[in-house]
Design a protein. Structure first.
Length: 374
């Protein structure tokens, strides 16, 4: 008996350790059992869930109900991807992947496992952003070699011509020099992407970074905007490079200010930090999976990002600005990726949020002065 009880306890322990909601549904459609993740997803304890049928917990006519019936008929597992199980009870949109399998030892009973798409999409977006950064890296190296040298020759020739032409033609030579200088500046900005040296990191207080960025913004491009701060004061240090994190946050805040526009009278930028149970991801150069529990958000009340642009927002040369180069967010993606983090954007009119998830500094990590991280 004790052995059987121990096995049951072990099964419960394993199920509760899973991050995905798992429920067992009886032949009459009622919930029989579930794990801790299912309780969190449906916002009810297992005893409360057991008083309901599955159809009571999902939207009317949900594909999940048809999948359960299909599994009972075929006695074979089925999958379905990107199904919305959102209800007023658990939130208005809950996109999940569904896995349903029969339980042979209990005729008619099935097991349902859900995987929320938020985690999977974050991983997909992280790989996409890193791929975009790598493509810019190769392009930057090529441009630096193939364009800057000929440009210097063109500019030198224009300067020589300038000394021997009349005032009317001198305007044209001046234009050649100015345009050559503009292209060189663009290439210089892109050369940042070809820097593959390891990032020098140490424990960084992200609130100090945000305060510095806010002061810079309020003294320049963001003087007409109201800044709101919602910080978690107990947030541990970020394991990162202070200068690069300032560059990331400054780019995001500047983009938010430009999206709001100079003529706006009610422009607001919300800066938030929070500790979240982050997803664990495999980071290049690190043998173990890295947790990303530190969340930093920049939210603005501008018009939002067009839907067709949103999937490509972190690609190089993608921009909504008439005079923009489209490299700012690509650089953000590269820096955050180099830190082993994730950056994503959720956009609606008057509510655009850029969210960054970063690793925290561990006690064993030492700063450049030999002090232990707090």
């Amino acid at each position: 008996m004790m052995l059987g009880t121990s096995r049951i306890d072990m099964h419960d322990t394993i199920l509760n350790a899973l991050p995905h909601p798992v429920v067992r549904v009886s032949s009459n459609g009622r919930i029989v059992d579930g794990n801790a993740a299912a309780e969190a997803f449906f916002q009810a304890s297992v005893p409360v869930l057991a008083r309901h049928s599955l159809k009571d917990l999902v939207p009317f006519g949900s594909p999940l109900l048809a999948l359960v019936d299909q599994v009972r008929e075929r006695l074979a597992p089925v999958n379905e991807y990107k199904v919305d199980l959102g209800t007023p009870r658990n939130g208005h949109e809950r996109i999940v992947d569904i896995y349903v399998a029969p339980m042979p030892e209990q005729a008619g009973d099935v097991v349902v496992m859900l995987q929320e798409r938020t985690i999977a999409d974050k991983m997909d977006r992280q790989l996409t952003h890193r791929g975009a950064a790598r493509s810019v890296t190769a392009l930057a190296a090529m441009l630096a070699h193939e364009i800057k040298n000929p440009l210097s020759g063109i500019r030198g020739a224009a300067q020589l011509l300038e000394t021997s032409v009349d005032d009317q033609d001198r305007t044209l030579t001046r234009l050649i020099c100015d345009e050559a200088d503009r292209i060189v500046k663009l290439v210089d900005r892109m050369e940042v992407f070809s820097d593959e040296r390891p990032v020098e990191r140490e424990p960084v207080n992200i609130h100090v970074v945000l305060e510095h960025v806010k002061k810079l913004s309020q003294s320049g491009f963001g003087r007409h905007i109201r800044f709101i701060e919602e910080y978690d004061p107990s947030l541990p240090p970020v394991y990162g490079n202070r200068d690069q994190l300032i560059q990331v946050m400054l780019n995001l805040v500047k983009n938010a200010a430009e999206a709001i526009g100079e003529r706006a009278t009610d422009g607001e930028i919300l800066l938030t930090t929070a500790f979240r149970p982050g997803v664990r991801l495999t980071v290049p150069g690190v043998s173990s999976r890295v947790a990303l529990p530190l969340e930093v958000c920049v939210r603005d009340n501008g018009p939002g990002v067009p839907d067709d642009l949103l999937p490509h927002l972190f690609d190089a040369f993608v921009t909504t600005k008439s005079s923009g180069s489209g490299l700012g967010l690509a650089l953000v993606a590269k820096i955050v990726g180099d830190h082993g983090g994730i950056v994503e954007c959720d956009s609606q009119p008057r509510r655009t949020t850029f969210r960054i998830l970063l690793p925290m500094a561990r006690v064993s990590q030492v700063d450049t002065n030999g002090r232990k991280a707090l």
